[in-house]
Design a protein around this ligand. Structure first.
Ligand code: AMP
Ligand code: MN
Ligand code: MN
Ligand code: MN
Length: 287
């Protein structure tokens, strides 16, 4: 495996806020030419065994994964863990604690939406939830589209559910150092997910990269469905400046909602060290 490997190391199943099962994702990854795949459900490892089995059935090399919600500088930041032991007790306990509080948050989100004339959002969102522990803003967004409040989930996030808009409930997720240590303690490699997505000042962004590295984080997503071509260049430079491995992942959630499909990203820019070269000992290869 080299820098040109069609690796897709970030996507979601219906065990978190995706719409497809782990099995359907494995089939889709294979059909789209993915050569190394990881399922990275939010704050959850419940789909890993199924993803591993389905990948093996398709002859598709697999890395375990999860995407941990973290609060940093008052903002939500996502840290992907790749190659983790899905049975590791400390990682599992950390994820369980991170998942806690989602239901209360969702009830408060629904109260806010009711106050602006949108009743029934908690029950409405629940219809889309495969895993009740993981009720998320994405499920509310699907309900708001179904209720014809907005035309698309993208439009929902422009008018609702984000800071300063109805339905936004601030939440305290895991600490950065805890998330990184859960991942590395479980034998995995920690990766800053889609760094261009965060509303951080340049100083805060520098602090994120510095502190992440001090805690033992060693990777950053450069090519992701959430980045523009200019952002590939910016974060390729950041990867080199901070000596981080580069990752690549579509962040695919749903055929209807995601504009980047599994395996549909450009290659990593040359001169970067791909994260999968540091993880070759953790790749689960089909027999
Ligand atoms: P939560 O973990 O409940 O805060 O939900 C976060 C999820 O909402 C992310 O993982 C995305 O799937 C989705 N999301 C957040 N912001 C946006 C956006 N601007 N456009 C589309 N999806 C978004
Ligand atoms: Mn998501
Ligand atoms: Mn994310
Ligand atoms: Mn994601």
């Amino acid at each position: 495996m080299n820098i040109l490997t069609n690796a897709d190391l970030h996507c979601h199943s219906d065990v978190s806020d995706g719409t497809l099962s782990p099995e359907a994702l494995a089939a889709r990854a294979k059909a789209n030419g993915v050569e190394l795949w990881a399922l990275t459900d939010h704050d959850e490892l419940g789909g890993q065994r199924r993803a591993m089995a389905a990948a093996a059935a398709h002859g598709l090399p697999y890395l375990t994964g999860t995407e941990i919600s973290v609060t940093f500088a008052g903002t939500t930041v996502h840290i992907v863990g790749l190659g983790v032991d899905p049975d590791h007790a400390t990682l599992q306990a950390g994820l369980r604690a991170t998942r806690g509080g989602r239901e209360n948050r969702a009830r408060e989100m629904a109260t806010q939406l009711a106050a602006v004339g949108i009743p029934g959002a908690f029950e409405g969102a629940l219809q889309y939830v495969g895993n009740p522990d993981l009720i998320s803003r994405t499920h509310f967004a699907r309900f708001l589209v179904e209720a014809r409040v907005c035309a698309s989930t993208q439009e929902v996030f422009r008018h609702y559910l984000t800071e300063g808009k109805p339905g936004f409930v601030p939440h305290r997720w895991a600490a950065l150092g805890d998330a990184v240590s859960w991942i590395t303690g479980a034998g995995g490699l920690a990766v800053i997910a889609h760094p261009a997505r965060y509303r951080l000042t340049p100083t805060e962004e520098y602090a994120l990269f510095s502190e992440f590295r001090e805690h033992g984080g060693t990777g950053v997503e450069v090519v992701t469905g959430s980045h523009t071509a200019a952002e590939y260049v910016k974060y390729a430079e950041m990867a080199q400046e901070f000596g981080l491995y580069a990752s690549r992942g579509s962040d695919f959630h749903s055929p209807e909602e995601s504009h980047t499909d599994l395996g549909g990203l450009p290659d990593l820019p040359g001169a970067l060290r791909p994260v999968w070269e540091a993880l070759s000992h953790r790749v689960i290869r089909p027999h």
